[in-house]
Design a protein around this ligand. Structure first.
Ligand SMILES: [Zn+2]
Length: 491
């Protein structure tokens, strides 16, 4: 199967230039009326946010390096059918997650920032709503806030992705049977009895409202073990929100359910429905780590995603005639690539295994403490060399690395804020903590990993499918076609 992917990668540039030469619409039409003889009772759609071929291949090379090999393979790379998916939005070549998610969920191109509304701001119906109409059970799982763009497009409509208070209300009313992820802050009321911090701007308690509608609720890290011990019964409805905002990165190992655990509980519940089920599972933070160019954190979240896919595969193996699995990304983030000018043809992915914490956790905890207790005049790299070694595995710093770390440290401690994207400073640190960014730059450089952006890119993503109707996933197609493919198999 590896050869298949390599061939697919080699054809990217040729195929995408053909796509634009012919005109995108002609190509899309060719896919609109694909008929499949196969229908599927269950659809499990898994989306890696910000996950393109490079994020997958980086995880492959990292896994391989741990075993002394050049390369390994994630579970879904062996699926029977694969293709490349274009991701441009209705307004821009480079999409955001709202427009990309809307394309997948509704089959319509829209502007960046739109939550399942079209270019004219009319509401669009999602594949999840069609599945509900067909009597199927439905579920949404994510590692971000459940009101964040990718989960939101399946169970709400809004002209603005940032209207998360409104999106939470839509979601509470969507009829979804299983909703699990982070972001309780838009659900708990301002004066909730647990004393949890709320960001609601009205007097509603959406958790209470959903409980009254029959949802079993698990709110905050404190209820993680209750959730893990809970045995769903047929017809149950579940709301699980295990963090104030996004769930923590896999590498930081918080007291929250893993993506695989949330997936497994959801499949246990939804598969009891006689009419079948539709479930969307998102690894939402491969994107965030890629924005910050933190390769190891992105890889760990990709591996956690792979574990969730494995749960879907295990279920598929019990019911292969009735279950379609689709694995895709919504766009690429960071302009990640395997190779860097400073390392020629060499790479050293095993170097990455020394990192034990995300850039985010180190910035907000250990490094924030250091900053709070030091000034530009008394800060020194020598105070932090043990951190650099213990948390990032970096030893034997050379003179250049030392100098750039020392300079970045002074800028961090001075509290410099980098505004706008026009300065060299932005290219260096992207608005993140300079000292922590310098550590990840050194790690990337030593491993032989390159990044071109702190935003998304327009590189096509890879899509993989297994099960009835999966033969539609073939060649180069647009993200809107994923909606058509799913509608086809649901009849
Ligand atoms: Zn993003």
């Amino acid at each position: 199967m590896n050869r298949r992917i390599i061939t697919a990668l080699a054809t990217v540039s040729v195929a995408s230039s053909m796509l634009f030469a012919q005109g995108v619409n002609e190509n899309q039409l060719a896919y609109q009326n694909v008929n499949t003889k196969n229908s599927a009772k269950n659809i499990i759609l898994l989306i890696g946010d910000g996950m393109s071929t490079a994020q997958i291949a980086t995880a492959d090379a990292y896994l391989g390096s741990l075993d002394g090999k050049i390369y390994d393979q994630l579970s879904f790379e062996a699926f029977d059918h694969q293709g490349l998916t274009t991701t441009y939005s209705g307004s821009q070549l480079i999409t955001d997650s709202a427009a990309a998610g809307t394309a997948i969920a509704t089959g319509s191109k829209t502007y960046n920032g739109a939550i399942s509304v079209d270019m004219n701001k009319n509401k669009l119906k999602s594949i999840l709503a069609y599945a509900e109409d067909a009597g199927k059970a439905t579920g949404i799982v994510t590692t971000t806030r459940v009101t964040h763009a990718t989960p939101a497009v399946f169970i709400s409509n809004n002209v603005d992705r940032d209207a998360e208070n409104e999106i939470a209300l839509d979601e509470s009313d969507s009829g979804v049977d299983y909703l699990a992820g982070g972001g309780y802050r838009y659900f708990v009321g301002k004066n909730n009895k647990e004393g949890l911090k709320s960001k609601r701007t009205d007097d509603l308690d959406v958790v209470e409202m959903m409980a009254q509608d029959g949802y079993t609720t698990f709110i905050s890290e404190d209820e993680t073990s209750d959730f893990l011990n809970y045995n769903p019964k047929k017809g149950d409805k579940v709301l699980g929100l295990f963090g104030y905002s996004h769930l923590d990165y896999a590498i930081d190992d918080a007291n929250q359910p893993t993506l695989a655990q949330m997936t497994e509980k959801g499949i246990d519940l939804l598969s009891m429905d006689d009419d079948g089920f539709f479930m969307m599972i998102e690894a939402g933070r491969i994107d965030h780590a890629s924005h910050a160019n933190d390769a190891v954190t992105a890889i760990d979240d990709t591996l956690a995603f792979n574990d969730a896919v494995q749960v879907a595969i295990d279920y598929y193996n019990t019911d292969p005639e009735n279950t379609l699995i689709i694995v895709t990304g919504d766009h690429e983030t960071g302009g990640l690539t395997l190779g860097f000018a400073g390392t020629y043809y060499d790479s050293a992915f095993a170097t990455l295994s020394g990192q034990t914490i995300s850039y985010e956790s180190y910035s907000y905890n250990q490094f924030a403490d250091y900053k709070a207790s030091h000034t530009v005049n008394n800060c020194s790299l020598s105070d932090l060399e043990s951190d650099v070694e213990n948390y990032f595995g970096l030893t034997d710093l050379n003179d250049n690395e030392r100098a750039s770390l020392e300079a970045a440290l002074k800028r961090s401690v001075a509290g410099e804020v980098i505004v706008g994207n026009t300065t060299q400073d932005y290219l260096l640190y992207g608005g993140y903590e300079p000292f922590v960014m310098e550590i990840t730059h050194i790690l990337n450089n030593r491993a032989g990993i390159g990044w071109t952006s702190y935003s998304h890119t327009a590189v096509p993503v890879a899509t993989f499918a297994q099960g009835p109707g999966s033969e539609q996933i073939n060649g180069v197609f647009d993200n809107t076609d994923l909606f058509n493919f799913m509608v086809n198999v649901l009849n």
